[in-house]
Design a protein around this ligand. Structure first.
Ligand code: ACO
Length: 456
């Protein structure tokens, strides 16, 4: 099969959010810490009526309805999530309920977990399946989603919630470029969830940022090496730089870190350039030429200088991908794919056609990959790219239709989530009319922890 990649994409986020300016006041932190310091404006969150199963049910059903795909055309379904409500039973098994009426039970794939990386692992698995001898000619579907909640304290404002479903197959408008994945994995305790009865992670915030940036450096180095090798085989001998990505999207724990990441990639380009290029292309930055990547993770001068130098690059290549993250927060496994949807929603098919999108995925613990997407050349009306782009064009409108909830009410909901997370024999409190129409919700948990869902 040719041009294996993403054919269609659906995004779900909760219908309520808390405003970050109000949260700053409520948390008694300095004005600007969350909004300017972290770059976050609003944060979506779920009441007890929603859990990871309902989020994934909603996003899969919406994708199937939008694409009008017959349910038996899916041969593989993978779920990437770190929102674990059962140590054995996969979210995937719950999603099989949607396929029941069609009689299609011949669907490979289960859940994949490692912090925010599970969505990417699932996407790679899905694409690999389509390109393999196991492929049966049908579509693969990748579902990723999370409810990102932190204990009250300095990490809470970097939460969020949402899910993304993607249809993967041949002849796609967003092709995953073969052989071009740079991966870095290592053992780190930067963010992890050892308390199996709690939704909250244990976080070493500073270490998590260091690990993220180090993984970015490493993945970028591997990616560049691989693409330069491919070029060499085609007779082209030159260095890959950020200029070769027309767009660049990132896993987004908070938007400020992404801006720093663009600066970081430019710093990588700068260090590996020869002195002629350093003097011409990177004028004014020569003072940093003897520094080493590994010594500069918290070097404020480097950070500031390269953030300034890369501002236009950030504005052109990345900023438009952050719309959803700014307004909804971190959605862990689906964060990167929400950025992809944002990027698509802010451009026309013509603007996107023929471009290469760089994508960096990071999951604490840690697993990270930098890969690239080649956008198809064909942007004619009715083309797969045109259809994909128009399918996400309602994102800004949907975001604007959410309800703003006070920090007091948000904190109350967090307490309710704590209370009910391992409860039995209950129906979640709350008004189903506060959910978007078509949303699946948790209707009841019985005495044996069995969960029952209904659709608004
Ligand atoms: N106006 C403007 N900016 C401000 C203000 C203000 N009044 N006050 C603080 N800031 C800036 C700080 O200078 C800092 O920016 P800088 O790093 O560019 O200097 C930023 O706001 C954050 O302030 P800190 O004091 O560093 O924040 P704190 O340490 O309390 O918490 C953290 C931030 C560590 C990110 C925390 O929210 C956290 O642990 N989040 C979860 C972990 C995370 O997301 N890690 C990222 C990768 S792993 C993953 O995806 C889960």
């Amino acid at each position: 099969p040719k041009d294996v990649g993403i054919l269609a994409l659906e995004v779900y986020f909760p219908a309520q959010y808390v405003d970050q300016t109000e949260l700053e006041k409520y948390d008694s932190v300095e004005a600007g810490k969350y909004t300017v310091g972290l770059g976050q404006t609003q944060m979506g969150f779920c009441s007890v009526q929603e859990d990871i199963n309902s989020l994934c049910l909603t996003v899969v059903q919406r994708l199937m309805e939008r694409t009008k795909l017959p349910w038996d055309n899916v041969g593989r379904l993978e779920v990437g999530t770190e929102t674990i409500i059962d140590k054995s039973k996969a979210v995937k098994t719950v999603l099989m309920e949607l396929f029941q009426d069609s009689g299609n039970t011949d669907i490979e794939g289960i859940d994949t977990t490692n912090a925010c990386y599970g969505g990417t692992a699932s996407l790679f698995n899905a694409a690999n399946w389509v390109e393999s001898s196991s492929w049966d000619g049908r579509y693969a579907m990748v579902v990723c989603g999370d409810i990102a909640v932190y204990a009250s304290g300095n990490a809470r404002s970097t939460g969020g919630a949402g899910a993304v479903a993607m249809l993967v197959g041949p002849n796609s408008p967003l092709v995953l470029e073969r052989g071009l994945r740079g991966t870095h994995m290592e053992n780190a305790y930067d963010f992890y969830k050892p308390h199996l009865a709690s939704e909250y992670p244990v976080v070493d915030g500073k270490l998590s940022i260091l690990c993220y940036l180090r993984a970015l450096d490493r993945c970028y180095a591997f990616y560049r090496k691989k693409i330069q090798n491919q070029w060499k085989q085609a007779g082209i001998e030159r260095s890959f730089t950020l200029d070769d990505f027309q767009f660049m999207i990132f896993h987004t724990p908070f938007c400020k870190l992404v801006q720093k990441s663009v600066a970081r990639l430019m710093f990588n380009d700068f260090l590996s350039a020869n002195s002629d290029v350093q003097n011409s292309r990177y004028k004014g930055l020569e003072a940093f030429r003897d520094l080493k990547l590994e010594d500069t993770y918290f070097n404020k001068e480097v950070e500031k200088a390269f953030q300034k130098a890369s501002l236009d690059t950030f504005n052109q290549k990345t900023k438009s991908s952050l719309n959803l993250s700014t307004l909804n927060g971190n959605t862990y496994t689906s964060s990167l794919y929400g950025c992809l949807a944002s990027l698509l929603s802010q451009h026309t098919a013509q603007q996107l056609a023929g471009t290469r999108i760089g994508a960096f995925s990071y999951g604490s613990g840690l697993a990270a990959s930098l890969f690239s997407i080649q956008v198809s050349q064909d942007a004619t009306p009715g083309s797969p790219l045109d259809k994909l782009v128009s399918s996400v064009s309602d994102l800004p409108k949907r975001l604007a239709s959410r309800k703003c909830v006070s920090p007091e009410e948000f904190s109350e909901v967090m307490l309710q989530r704590e209370k009910y997370s391992h409860e039995v024999n209950f129906s979640p409190p709350g008004d189903i009319n506060s959910l978007f129409p078509g949303t699946w919700y948790l209707e009841q948990v019985d005495g044996m922890h069995r969960r029952k869902y209904a659709r608004r």
